[in-house]
Structure formats: C-alpha cells, structure tokens
Design a protein around this ligand. Structure first.
Ligand SMILES: [Zn+2]
Ligand SMILES: [Zn+2]
Length: 156
C-alpha cells in the first residue's frame, strides 16, 4: 500500500469522506511539500482530471480545509496558497519588502490558544498563520537608502 493510500485509509477511519477528487487534490498538495495555488493544483491534475475547473478545486479545498487537512493562507502573493498541514503544523513569517519567508514553530501560538480556550471559552482552530513584517536585511537597506529622511521630517 502506498503512503498516500495509507493516509487515505487513516482519514476514512477517522470519519472523513474522501472522494477520489478530494483525495487526488490532497495527494497533489501533500506531494508538493510546499504551498500551491489553485492553478498549480489544476496543472498537476490536468492529465488525470481534464474536466476539473477552478470552482471545483476551490470547493474541494474548502472541504479539506474544514477537515483540518489543508491550510489556506494569504502570504501576500497574487493568490491564496494551499498546503498540507495534517502532519506538520507550523506558521509563517513573511517580509513585506523582499518576500523572504521563515517557518515558525506551532508552539508559538500555544499562549494564544490558551487564552482563546481558558478566557474566551473557544475551541481554538489556530492552525496556520502568516505574520508579516520587515526583515533585518530590509530594515538595514532602508536606513542606508534614506539616511536624511528622518532628519528632514524633523525640520520646521
Ligand atoms: Zn505553511
Ligand atoms: Zn526583507
């Protein structure tokens, strides 16, 4: 049995109704090991599912998302990206200037989950976050490019 089939069995055992289409999409995302756009997914499945359309992939992705198998993230690019997260919980830090991405440990959000659960009484679903900022290199570059700007701003 292939690894993917094993995963599918496991998921079905947990009550997930994985249709062949959902499984195919999940396999593509999982196999990629990185973030994928809907178009990336469509391209990969074009041979086996020539009639697959963007809305269909989108609907299936929403289902996979609700099942906690796939994360949808706006990482500041042109489109939302999808990624398999069931076995690798993590978060991202993206530089708004150069687009550099760091992966952050999932434990980072433990205090947030604790607050949502203990103080607000919510069942937290903080699975996949993107934080944005300016990386140290870009901060240094900006300081260097505009050495007098702050000085001018202070002038009367
Ligand atoms: Zn991710
Ligand atoms: Zn940067």
């Amino acid at each position: 049995m292939s690894h993917h089939m094993k995963v599918a069995r496991q998921l079905q055992g947990q009550g997930y109704r994985l249709t062949p289409q959902r499984l195919a999409i999940l396999e593509v995302i999982k196999g990629a090991g990185c973030h994928m756009s809907i178009q990336d997914i469509l391209d990969k499945l074009a041979d086996s599912y020539p009639t697959l359309s963007v809305p269909t992939v989108y609907r299936n992705l929403q289902w996979l998302k609700a099942a906690g198998l796939v994360a949808e993230t706006d990482l500041g690019g042109e489109c939302h990206e999808y990624e398999y997260i069931a076995e690798h919980p993590h978060h991202h830090l993206v530089c708004l200037e150069c687009g550099e991405r760091l992966t952050l440990p999932d434990s980072l959000l433990d205090p947030v989950r604790e607050y949502l659960r203990d103080t607000l009484g919510y069942l937290p679903r903080a699975e996949h976050f993107a934080f944005f900022g300016i990386c140290p290199a870009c901060q240094a570059r900006e300081d260097h490019d505009h050495p007098h700007e702050e000085h001018h701003a202070d002038a009367p």
